[in-house]
Design a protein around this ligand. Sequence first.
Ligand code: URA
Length: 298
Amino acid sequence: MNSKRAMAQLLKHLQSAGLTHVPKVELPKNRPPAGPAASKGMVAEKSSGGESSSTDRRSISKPRPASAVAEIRRPSDLLGTDDLQLDGVRKPEQLASVQGILQQSPKSRADREQALCALKDIVAGCKRCTELSSRRTQTVFGVGNPEARIMFIGEAPGADEDAQGEPFVGAAGQLLNKIIGAMTLKREDLYICNILRCRPPGNRNPLPQETANCREFLDAQIKVIQPEYIVCWGTVAAQNLLNETAAVGKMRQKFYEYAGAKVVCTYHPSYLLRNPSAKKQVWDDMKFFMKELGVDLQ
Ligand code: URA
């Protein structure tokens, strides 16, 4: 991501986090590359695939444009800068317990089930996000087939999910179930989870630090399940998984790649509840996706 886009993204994040007054800032002009990272051409725009996660790419240290952020005080200002990404989000230290589970490379159904169970227990005790962990009824880890070919990723639990401990069980989930049926699939064929495992208060958008905190768990679930396909439901899922800044409307009808899976993006079922006319576009996206699996939907 270039520094101008990153700066625009940071300002957007700050505003969505409730910052009402953002000082007028000079966005950096296109500057000549500086520093060792730039000279090695390390600023990649898009996933080139494989296991190199977007988190890895985002953690590449780049010179921070001095003019834009100097006066904005963030919690991360109190932390060391080694693990800061350009947008001021701190990448949490990996948990040895999670990495230990992944090192066992579970392959059989039983081993994958066991690995997911162990990860679920770790997530249940997570307190990385103070606000979310203190307000949740429970964590919402993910459900479904541990050998699923297709993984669905949503945004974050809502009130119903927080109460029941399962993703997509509320109104958006009911609509998602209808879409799954129309795709000639069953919920049990899939693995369903979210970018976040805790409900943000009032269903606000996840904060960048929260998505960074939860990323290790999402990546672990993807590594255990090793889906062939991932469907990102909504902008939050699409942008976070793929480290993109485009709105989901611009990411539809193409395949991306993440961790060995082909990824498609479409509108979130909650968006469809508010904008029923977008159902046609989602259905087009599902036809596009299922065709790749050899299923022609009418
Ligand atoms: N919306 C989501 O993105 N995920 C859920 O689990 C429920 C609603």
